[in-house]
Design a protein around this ligand. Structure first.
Ligand code: MRU
Length: 351
């Protein structure tokens, strides 16, 4: 991994246990949760112990490996039945993150063909570790491709957390920021707090602070003020799913930032591995948007702030149309319009 002050491991194997840092309690507490079953992993994905599309993909792969180890099936057909059930359970946890389905496909390549159960178990665990390592390598490649896009002393706005915590390590959008910072320590980052789950305030601010990258935290509704004052030179965000035409699903509020960026002539960049690109959906209208529990909106952390019984909407993601996106950066390079062609090219030979 590149020189980094980042010391927290988002997710890793410790023997036959999958260990995750609990992102619900960061940055005030640093707690780790040990998982020995796929059901526990599914629960941790659903409840946001681990979140961020690439990290969800890694957790899914490890969850499937745990399912293989949990199963005491002695023949291929029984193992296959156990694994299909686990795959369905994991698939139902979070619908927008494409990396989840991608990781299931990767694991199915191993257990989808008849084989000796012991060998399948070993290979699935090995592959889940490879997926973690490949994810870090992809993030670092994105950082290298994207860094030259930013002017000296760039003031960069980011939304949500697309950092080491949201990936195997290093980060997509935050990985780009890390790479820009290594070339030019004079950059400054505006961090949207990202209501309702506060991934920006709790996680991005924390990661940047740990690395000594100059940053300031703003509430989501302050972004327009800073665009209008000419204090933002570029935006970089991650993504949960990118459609074939370049429409980008990301954390709720990203679309608003993209409109502000377009209005003010500021480039809006998206950094995501090709495992986030879903060529199976033609455009953003076909991306499923997760609706999350109402308490995330009515409460700030555990404190109720809205009237009891109030009606609430809580879509977790929105879609930024490709027209608002200056470039999509994957591990394969910097992709621009027409995205239908450039993304298809980026995905060639990847799945
Ligand atoms: O609901 P979350 O926290 O899982 O949403 C995460 C995001 O929207 C991230 O921006 C996205 O997954 C990219 S993470 C590298």
């Amino acid at each position: 991994m590149a020189e980094s002050n980042y010391r927290i491991k988002t997710i890793e194997w410790q023997g036959d246990e999958v260990v995750m840092i609990d992102q619900r309690v960061l940055p005030l507490e640093e707690e780790y949760i040990h998982h020995t079953t796929w059901q526990e992993v599914a629960d941790s994905i659903r409840t946001m112990v681990i979140r961020g599309a690439p990290a969800i993909g890694v957790a899914t792969a490890m969850g499937m490996a745990l399912a293989a180890m949990q199963s005491n099936a002695e023949d291929y057909q029984s193992l296959r039945a156990d694994l299909d059930a686990a795959a369905q359970g994991l698939f139902e946890t979070r619908p927008t993150a494409y990396n989840l389905g991608w990781a299931l496909d990767q694991m199915k390549k191993i257990y989808g063909e008849p084989g000796e159960p012991g060998e399948i178990r070993a290979r699935m665990k090995e592959r889940s570790q490879e997926i973690l390592e490949e994810d870090i390598a992809m993030c670092m490649a994105m950082g290298e491709h994207a860094a030259p896009l930013f002017p000296e002393g760039a003031r960069i706005l980011t939304h949500c957390n697309a950092g080491a915590l949201a990936t195997g390590g290093y980060g997509t959008a935050l990985g780009v920021i890390r790479s820009v910072f290594r070339r030019d320590p004079s950059i400054h980052v505006y961090v949207d707090e990202t209501r309702p789950f506060l991934q920006g305030a709790r996680l991005t601010a924390w990661e940047l602070q740990q690395e000594g990258i100059s940053c300031c935290l703003i509430t989501d509704n302050m972004a327009g003020y800073f665009f209008k004052k000419g204090e933002i030179d570029a935006v970089v965000v991650g993504s949960d799913r990118i459609a074939a035409n370049g429409d980008v699903a990301n954390k709720i509020g990203t679309y608003t930032v993209s409109v502000l960026a377009r209005e003010h002539g500021v480039p809006f960049y998206v950094a995501a591995p090709t495992s986030t690109v879903d060529l199976g959906v033609p455009d953003g209208d076909h991306i499923p948007i997760e609706e999350r529990p109402t308490e995330e909106v009515t409460c700030m952390m555990d404190t109720q702030v809205a009237p009891h019984g109030i009606a609430v909407c809580n879509p977790a993601f929105d879609v930024t149309p490709h027209e608002n996106v200056a470039a999509i950066i994957t591990e394969a390079g910097v992709h621009r319009e027409p995205y239908t062609e450039s993304l298809a090219e980026a995905k060639k030979g990847k799945d």
